[in-house]
Design a protein around this ligand. Sequence first.
Ligand code: TXA
Ligand code: MG
Length: 319
Amino acid sequence: MTGQTEASTTRILPADAAGIAEAVAYLRAGEPVALPTETVYGLAADATNGEAVARIYEAKGRPSFNPLIAHVSGLSMARRLVRVPPAALDLMARFWPGPLTLVLPLKADAGIASLVTAGLSTLAVRCPDHPVPQSVIAALGRPIAAPSANASGRISPTRAAHVQESLGGRIPLILDGGPCRAGVESTIVAVDDDGRVTLLRPGAIPAEQLGVPVEGRDGDAINAPGQLASHYAPAQPVRLNAVTAEPHEFHIGFGAVTGDISLSPTGDLTEAAARLFDTLHVAQTSGRAGIAVAPIPTHGLGAAINDRLKRAAAPRDAA
Ligand code: TXA
Ligand code: MG
């Protein structure tokens, strides 16, 4: 692999014009680079270059059946890749740019590497609301495939330092754009030609804010393939709905439950989402043998937070 020697040291550069130019040069050369988005840091590669995309899977150690999201500059780039039924167009008009990913029928002449879709006939497209990926996509002139920039199954990164911890030595460059605003991944919906909208992953936009009927995924078999039971897993066992903690546990609080550290002392779910992965990183490096997490309400962003926490707490052999 061409990047082997370069990738042995990972540089972190500020996400300014010079950093972006450097990132684009790596992407053109088929190397993956990590960059900030409004949700979490992504590990980006040219979505039209199969080898470049393979290096994402390689760096992440990700199961190869997991399809990736193609990040686009806007509607016109999306239209070159997927068929956009009216119901999807309506959602794009209202939520793009922003943390809403749509799974749509792939066009035959899209030019997307098949590794991006893991062979599916659909493609996930998302238009990030962040100047760094927007500048990178514009300069490259192509969509970028970008999963979260963490080793497979580990906590999603919301800071450049998290990426360095997880992927340091495996990628050439991390663009540092500071902490991510949302702190939780995009909401993913599938939209079919009849306009039916199905929630595949709860995320930064609560499903009830989409303003259209959304079919749930509870009990359904059609979840996003990436929704493995044990995902987002810290190194230690995680116990949920813990109002109190055992002496060996690091306690993550919320609202009235103070804990060692709180996701939100005031019980604000947006604040809790933004701090979630950061807090799991702190808990993971606490040196304690276990992690206990206070009960989190299930409404609004609480759905995405509980989804991530359940995966963090799932038995590890379930992955
Ligand atoms: O906020 C985000 O979406 C972040 C940032 C970097 O943009 N990206 C992200 O990507 O979370 P990733 O790869 O960690 O998660 C993408 C999810 C996976 O669960 C994957 O299985 C699902 O999207 N997915 C991708 N393409 C799909 C498709 N064609 N059909 C169903 N699910 C798909
Ligand atoms: Mg991920």
